[in-house]
Design a protein around this ligand. Structure first.
Ligand code: AP5
Length: 221
């Protein structure tokens, strides 16, 4: 049976970057609510229409909209193990997740908190570029594409996310501190929290993550 993990951390901490790699190494589904919402916005679905203005302003999309999207994945490709990246983000979402998993006779194995000072996270946004077609994420210095400005996978011109502007970043950080930070204590109390120092290059952070998750697995066996 695959692992069931949650990735927590401030915007820009590198959750998505590390989740893609660990998911592919361990055969887990990468369930990113941010990616799902961006895809819904691009396709103009009902959920996308509800989410667009909220995401553009840096606020949080209503809990029930996000929960429905997550449930759909838990019943399909994520049924055998997953990394939830960017969910839960509020105490209500954490409680709903626990109930949703219990209904399926499942539980989380660990919650990884990517610890990064907020000023270091802010530095990462300026250099982030992503592919509007496949969602691959780059950084102009830390993870540059092979060809300037083009996606390695499909050659599409890379773009900056609309919510990576300085004003929206301030709102996203405030939302994180107000609504998501309390989850660290919530999961610490549940005995699920694993701290990973996210200040370092992508390889270093992956090494720390892999080590922390492997130790937890060994402890569970
Ligand atoms: P979402 O897409 O989840 O955004 P986020 O949590 O703000 O996280 P980011 O994607 O900005 O950062 P990340 O930690 O994944 O970092 P990344 O790996 O890209 O959510 C967007 C919006 O959707 C929210 O604001 C909200 O409106 C809505 N939403 C989503 N989930 C929701 C929920 N559950 N409830 C309600 N609303 C929700 O890395 C950042 C950059 O740094 C990249 O360029 C990367 O290449 C680079 N990088 C990564 N690691 C390193 C490193 N170690 N060193 C140097 N550079 C690095």
């Amino acid at each position: 049976m695959g692992l069931r993990l949650v990735f927590l951390g401030p915007p820009g901490a590198g959750k998505g970057t590390q989740a893609k790699r660990l998911a592919s190494q361990r055969g887990l589904a990468h369930v990113s609510t941010g990616d799902m919402l961006r895809s819904a916005v691009a396709r103009g679905t009902e959920a996308g229409k509800k989410a667009k203005a909220i995401m553009d302003s840096g606020g949080l999309v209503p809990d029930e909209v996000v929960l429905e999207m997550v449930k759909e994945r838990l019943d399909t490709d994520a049924a055998e193990g997953f990394i939830l990246d960017g969910f839960p983000r509020t105490t209500k979402q954490a409680e709903d997740l626990e109930k949703t998993l219990a209904d399926r006779s499942q539980a989380l194995d660990a919650v990884v908190n990517f610890a990064l000072p907020i000023d270091r996270a802010i530095q990462r946004f300026a250099g982030r570029r992503s592919c509007p077609k496949c969602g691959e994420v780059y950084h102009i210095e830390a993870k540059p594409p092979k060809m300037h400005g083009a996606c390695d996978k499909d050659g599409t011109a890379l773009v900056q996310r609309p919510d990576d502007s300085p004003t929206v970043i301030r709102t996203r950080m405030a939302e994180y501190e107000d609504k998501t930070l309390p989850l660290i204590l919530y999961y610490m109390r549940e005995g699920l929290l694993l701290e990973v120092d996210a200040d370092g290059d992508i390889e270093e952070v992956y090494g720390r993550l892999d080590h922390a998750v492997s130790q937890r697995e060994a402890g569970e066996r």
